[in-house]
Design a protein around this ligand. Structure first.
Ligand code: C2E
Ligand code: MG
Ligand code: MG
Length: 577
């Protein structure tokens, strides 16, 4: 993305404008009044008083329900409402109206009443309280004007109390308010809420060397990048000097939280221009989610903060998401122990999914996919245990086993078919961090005497983006061995075609979510053309229907993978075939 063009225009991120106070009504234009009154005589008198009160336009409705509808339709400067309506009486009227009217002032009226009722109405959201008998025009004009101005300054104060003055984002208080709201909404509906903490690495150094104005500018740029990276209903806040926090009110899984965390980090890949100087910033991200990591604002915040420190201490520019309490509780004793023994006990298995030439339908290779044959749970899918392998560091030994087993299978298939096909093996980010990957690959190629170009290592975008310079180095060394590199799930990370230039890759695997969504056709077509133009092999994943296959082949996608062409299957299926 051409950040610098956008950044010159930064003001307050657009999606936060919704809570800004309404501008004062133009004095030249009539005040638009919504009158909520069911008694026709009272309504008539009130309309007359309002008309006499000055330049007003009055719309009359007779019930609370109609009033709520009118407020939703919009276009009013002030609401004047009778306390007692056919569908609402007492303080419920003012409370319900106040919630719906948001930034529009409310004037309550009643046929009778005392000071206490008046005060209570004001406490519950009204700007003023009038008796019907008091509605003479002079008093009414003042009451309307004052109510509008009072509400405006009240809204402005509320707005400022929730905002950070430098970036225009929510401040710590606003963040906590938004998080509390998201938790409450989730308590009534199913689903998770995510919290991400982001701390800029080395912000202080920039602030000290370039000055505070440049520091503020940097914070505004960061605020903007974060705001455009998250989805519309996610809330970005600045909660401290160089600390940002994001509330994700609708989250489907921890995997999604990790993905969003990674996207936030990717927002820093492009350097930032600060008064002519190019600076590079990175951040550390920690995540937690409701209800698994906690059910209150404090618990979630503490878990996210700890996770962020953990990310920082393991080398910065990373994202770490806290495990749920249930996982934490069972991880040390049971599941992690079980996983520990799973390798020795031979409980892991690989299944192989064919990759097929789109034009001829011939099998050109396989992707190895791990399964855990748990003694009581049965066959467990990788998404349910690979994160735990990564978490515990076991992924290194399991990853080495996957590589060797998959390449052994390739040798067996060569013996059966007489030709070398290709074997794609998934590699985790933590295997990239570990120096031994290159040695392992070298050893397997040597011992099993396999042409290196038949082995393709798949990395997800998120994995390669964790530490760009280091990854680029490891990938280069792997390619020097002659093995192929694939970018997996392409399009789901912060996909950045510019990364294709940074990393030397051979294959792009278009994620199944794109292949399967017909709305993304233009995008898929674009990715294929671009991949081909860069001389890459493009693999379409998750092909389930002939229409998806035909579309991909039509656009020049050479290799297809998906249930239509073959499900992941045990090695015996191929060997006995
Ligand atoms: P992936 O590398 O993107 O693998 C493709 C996933 O899509 C596989 O899920 C496969 O079964 C599924 N798939 C293939 N064709 C279709 C289709 O037509 N429709 C649908 N709906 N799904 C299809 P699986 O086996 O559950 O693996 C999930 C992920 O787990 C993999 O995604 C990969 O990221 C990870 N994984 C699998 N094996 C390993 C491993 O040995 N090491 C590591 N680090 N990760 C692994
Ligand atoms: Mg894969
Ligand atoms: Mg994939």
């Amino acid at each position: 993305m051409a950040w610098d063009r956008v950044e010159r225009r930064i003001r307050v991120p657009a999606h936060l404008d919704a809570l800004e106070p309404e501008p004062s009504p133009d004095p030249a234009r009539p005040i638009r009044v919504l009158l909520v009154e069911d008694d026709s005589i009272d309504a008539h008198l009130a309309v007359r008083a309002l008309r006499r009160a000055g330049d007003t336009e009055v719309a009359v409705v007779g019930t609370l329900r109609e009033a709520l509808q009118a407020l939703e339709d919009g276009g009013y400067d002030v609401v004047v409402a009778d306390m007692h309506l056919p569908d609402s009486t007492g303080f419920n009227t003012v409370e319900t109206l106040d919630r719906a009217a948001r930034t529009i002032p409310i004037l309550m009226v009643s046929g009778g009443g005392d000071e206490n009722a008046a005060l209570e109405n004001v406490r519950r959201g009204a700007q003023d309280f009038l008796l019907k008998g008091e509605m003479d025009s002079g008093l009414l004009t003042r009451a309307l004007r004052y109510a509008i101005e009072r509400k405006r300054s009240q809204t402005k104060l509320q707005y400022m109390a929730l905002r950070d003055g430098v970036t225009g984002l929510f401040n710590r208080f606003g963040f906590r308010t938004a998080l509390a709201g998201a938790i409450e909404a989730r308590e009534h509906a199913q689903g998770c809420v995510g919290v991400l903490y982001l701390d800029l690495d080395r912000f202080k150094a920039i602030n000290d060397s370039l000055g505070h104005d440049a520091g503020d500018e940097l914070l505004r740029i960061v605020a903007h990048r974060l705001s455009v990276t998250v989805r519309d209903n996610d809330v970005v806040a600045r909660i401290g000097g160089d600390e940002f926090a994001i509330v994700v009110p609708e989250l489907s899984s921890t995997a999604e939280l990790r993905l969003i965390g990674q996207r936030l980090l990717n927002a820093f890949v492009e350097p930032i221009q600060l008064s002519g100087v190019e600076v590079r910033v990175t951040g550390s991200v920690g995540g937690s989610h409701f209800p698994a990591c906690g059910t209150t604002v404090d618990e979630l915040v503490t878990a996210a903060d700890r996770a962020m420190y953990r990310a920082k201490s393991t080398g910065r520019n990373r994202c770490y998401c806290a495990l749920g309490r249930a996982a934490m509780a069972s991880l040390p004793q049971s599941r992690a122990r079980e996983l520990h023994f799973a390798l020795q006990e031979d409980q892991f298995a690989l299944v192989y999914q064919p990759q097929v030439d789109g034009k001829t339908g011939r099998i050109v290779g396989y992707e190895a996919l791990i399964r855990w044959d748990h003694p009581t749970l049965g066959r467990v899918a990788p998404n349910d245990f690979v994160p735990m392998l990564e978490e515990t560091g076991l992924i290194r030994s399991v990853g080495a086993w996957v590589l060797r087993t998959a390449v052994e299978f390739l040798v067996q298939m060569r013996e059966r078919t007489g030709e070398w096909r290709r074997m794609a093996v998934n590699v985790s980010a933590s295997q990239l961090d570990d120096g031994t990957l290159i040695e392992e690959v070298t050893a397997v190629l040597d011992e099993l005497q396999v042409p290196p170009s038949c082995v393709e290592l798949e990395f997800t975008e998120a994995a390669v983006m964790r530490d760009v310079p280091r990854t680029a180095q490891v990938l280069d060394r792997l390619r020097n061995l002659g093995v192929r590199i694939a970018l997996d799930d392409f399009g789901t990370g912060y996909s950045s075609l510019s990364h294709l230039r940074r990393f030397q890759v051979d294959t792009l695997k278009i994620d199944k979510s794109f292949v399967q969504d017909t709305k993304d056709h233009a995008l898929v077509g674009g990715i294929i053309s671009l991949g081909l133009a860069l001389g890459l092999t493009v693999v379409g994943e998750g092909v389930e229907t002939p229409a998806q296959r035909d579309f991909l082949v039509d656009r020049g996608c050479e290799v297809l993978q998906g249930f239509l062409l073959g499900r992941p299957a045990d090695p015996e299926t191929y060997l006995l075939d």
